[in-house]
Design a protein around this ligand. Structure first.
Ligand SMILES: *Cc1c(COP(=O)(O)O)cnc(C)c1O
Length: 364
């Protein structure tokens, strides 16, 4: 059986929303539909402002520009993030400073954060991978105490909650992607949340050629109307998505019979979106790698295998900023991702459980 790692579905509501957008004729990034999409996003995530943008990568870039990041500024980020989180830092000729994780999940080791902050540090980017949150308390306190802005790369954490608040609304900026693989999907696209009117104006201007008066450098990162129309329709499906994903995740977790396998830990005060279910293997990393690769061959996809998941500083472009992150090195080799999207039916769930139990037994 081959389990699909993507959930691609077009509903009648999507079609209606596109037809309505088309009937307004204007299809560029400054239409009424885009404005309505931004209002709906701000409302859903309880943020003052939402800005629709062409991708998650563009979203991070625009936030760095809004903060005035330039040559030699330092940005703190987790080495567990994908390279798309790091690219915008290099674009602005700033320096990525990799901070170790706490050893349990994708949260920072706060002591390492304190060791690595300098007078050049301008921002922190935190990244709840696959929608798994971490303790924000110390992070928010750190950001405040040191006067360093917090950008949440929430590209995988749509509708994950922490202490009753949506991830992406806790820092100075929340950056989201709406690529087909994400929980709110418009094909390509993204959005930014902020409560700060100054940042809002700056980003709105930057992504629209900085006002076209030629006084400041700008670009075109606007989201087109048809994508906004799909987003408008699919915001309404986000709660349903999370409900289905959680149900599937719980079924799989309760079917696993090995005490060597458990879910990746997260704060009790949070509510996951289950972008994926993350299974931790309490086994040596070589055994874990063999298990994941066997499951992959049996048709159970893993982002860890598919994207050759590793700390960002192992990629050639980032190698010159490599720095020891022992917890991160261990963490990336300790888990796998399991798809739990609404397209996974009970037969698939049974197959996933059976396969995991069968393979893990051999290595136990
Ligand atoms: C998908 C993703 C991005 C990039 O988003 P795009 O829309 O593909 O540019 C950035 N960060 C994380 C954590 C992501 O998952």
């Amino acid at each position: 059986m081959q389990i699909n790692d993507k959930f691609l579905r077009v509903t009648e509501s999507d079609r209606e929303s596109i037809l309505e957008a088309l009937s307004n004729l204007k299809l560029s990034g400054t239409s009424k539909t885009v404005g309505n999409y931004e209002k709906a996003l701000a409302n859903f995530f309880s943020a003052k402002y939402a800005i629709a943008i062409s991708s998650g990568t563009a979203a991070i870039h625009a936030c760095l520009v809004a903060l005035g990041i330039s040559d030699d500024d330092e940005i703190l980020l987790p080495a567990t993030a994908p390279i798309m989180t790091g690219f915008p830092i290099i674009f602005q000729r700033a320096k990525p400073v990799f901070v170790d994780t706490n050893g349990k999940n994708f949260g920072f080791d706060i002591q390492d954060l304190k060791r690595k902050v300098t007078s050049k540090t301008k921002a922190i980017i935190c990244v709840p991978m696959w929608g798994y949150p971490f303790d924000y308390k110390d992070l928010l306190q750190f950001s405040k105490n040191y006067g360093v802005s917090l950008i949440e790369d929430a590209a995988e954490a749509h509708n994950t909650e922490y202490n009753g608040k949506k991830i992406g609304s806790l820092g100075d900026f929340g950056c989201f992607s709406t690529h087909d693989r994400k929980l709110l999907a418009t094909g390509e696209g993204g959005f930014i949340l902020t409560n700060n009117p100054k940042y809002y104006k700056k980003i709105k201007s930057f992504i629209n050629y900085s006002g076209m008066d030629g006084k400041a450098i700008g670009t075109n990162y606007k989201l087109s109307t048809l994508q906004a129309a799909i987003g408008l329709s699919r915001i309404k499906q986000m709660d349903w998505q999370v409900k289905m994903r959680r149900q599937n995740a719980m079924k799989i977790l309760s079917g696993i019979n090995s005490n060597k396998v458990s879910e990746l830990p997260f704060p009790v005060s949070s509510k996951l979106n289950y972008q994926s279910l993350l299974l931790n293997f309490n086994l040596p990393s070589k055994k874990t790698a063999r298990i994941i690769s066997k499951l992959f061959k049996m048709g159970i996809p893993s982002d860890v295998v598919k994207y050759d998941y590793k700390p960002m500083y192992h990629y050639p472009i980032f190698r010159k900023w490599a720095i020891g992150c022992p917890n991160t090195e261990k963490l990336v080799k300790s888990f796998t991702t399991i798809p739990v999207h609404p397209g996974i039916d009970d037969k698939a769930i049974e197959y996933i459980i059976k396969s995991i139990n069968l393979i893990v037994k051999d290595y136990d």
